[in-house]
Write a protein that binds this ligand. Structure first.
Ligand code: GTP
Ligand code: MG
Length: 321
């Protein structure tokens, strides 16, 4: 796969809408209507209030925004065509790549969950390095909520991948998220890096997706609020992945399921909200002799399966199962 294969879907601009000149654009943007999508889903009354256009003009603008966003159905052929722009990011271990159908997909969210030390953060680091092999000069955005991003580890891995360590580091934009609101804001800022700073972002890592949410919303009374916020966050991440054909990789802890008599006694935090928003879910666990086992769960177009590997200083090392 080459750089040419990757297509970033161009988002329509406000200026493409009928009767929306620079002054109206500014008024709309300052009221929060800064994308064609936000206008497509607005009511005429909201646009009238925000920009002072007549209600008839507002209706016309909304209709045009809906046409531009192409919010209707796509044929299966169109979906297949769009799938052709999906790229795969290798983790440098053949059996893991094979498990993922060739690598971690762009255009959707991959969730990795597992106990402490199972290798979630390591995979985040590896992906941030590996994208430089595929698309030299592209960027990774790393949202770090647990203060576990290590530039030293990036240097080591870059050497393992035969890349220039300093160049690799330069192409990773790291931000620490101090709480869940900050984390959500950073996900939105990633969009600005792409649109305003014109960075070719191919990967967004959120490590960990759920730790702040889990710490801030304790007790079942606030669970619905937490899920609602998490849902919004996943939506922003999913849209980023889809609109810019980039890979979103999120990590998630597991909690003990005290009521599980059969099967796996652990469950991912965030439940159905996170599970449904993620196209790919990987369950990581510790295997024998220090190995790690990755299991793919409920992938849309891939068989469930497992692979095993060691985390080595230069990257992942395959183990034949
Ligand atoms: P939590 O964030 O605590 O839930 O764990 P995690 O799943 O993110 O685990 P992480 O990826 O941090 O670590 C997994 C394993 O990778 C560790 O137990 C080590 O065996 C290995 N590892 C971590 N850092 C390094 C490193 O710098 N070099 C090498 N060779 N291995 C490492
Ligand atoms: Mg970690």
């Amino acid at each position: 796969m080459t750089k040419e294969d990757s297509t970033t879907i161009k988002e329509p601009q406000l200026s493409e809408l009928p009767g929306v000149g620079p002054a109206t654009t500014e008024k709309l943007a300052s009221a929060g209507f800064d994308t064609v999508l936000s206008i497509a889903v607005a009511t005429p009354g909201q646009l009238t209030d925000a920009s002072g256009v007549t209600e008839a003009a507002a209706r016309k603008i909304i209709r045009a925004a809906r046409d531009l966003m192409d919010m209707g159905f796509m044929s299966g052929v169109d979906v297949l065509e769009k799938r052709k722009s999906v790229n795969k990011i290798s983790v440098g271990a053949a059996s893991f790549d094979a498990l993922m159908g060739g690598g971690f997909e762009t255009g959707s969210i991959t969730e990795c969950f597992g106990e402490f030390g199972s290798g979630k953060t390591q995979i985040g680091h590896i992906l941030a390095v590996s994208i430089q092999k595929e698309w030299p000069g592209c960027y990774a955005v790393y949202i770090d909520t647990e203060n576990t991003f290590r530039p030293e580890r990036i240097i080591e891995l870059a050497e393992g991948f035969g890349l220039d360590p300093q160049e690799t580091l330069r192409h990773i934009k790291v931000a620490k998220a101090y709480n869940s609101d900050h984390q959500m804001l950073l996900a939105e800022k990633a969009e600005e890096l792409i649109k305003e700073e014109k960075l070719d972002v191919k990967l967004v890592v959120v490590d960990s997706l759920t730790s702040h949410f889990r710490a801030e919303f304790v007790g079942r009374g606030t669970l619905a609020d937490r899920q609602q916020k998490l849902n919004k966050h996943m939506h922003v991440l999913g849209k980023l992945a889809d609109m810019h054909n980039l890979c979103v990789f999120v990590t998630n802890q597991v909690m003990a399921k005290p009521d599980a008599f059969f099967g796996d006694p652990t469950a991912a935090i965030g439940g159905h909200i996170v599970a449904h928003a993620s196209a790919f879910r990987i369950y990581l666990r510790k295997g024998r002799k220090g190995s790690r086992v990755a299991k793919l769960i409920d992938a849309p177009n891939l068989p469930d399966g497992e692979c095993a590997f060691f985390v080595k200083s230069e990257g992942l090392e395959d183990i034949e199962l």
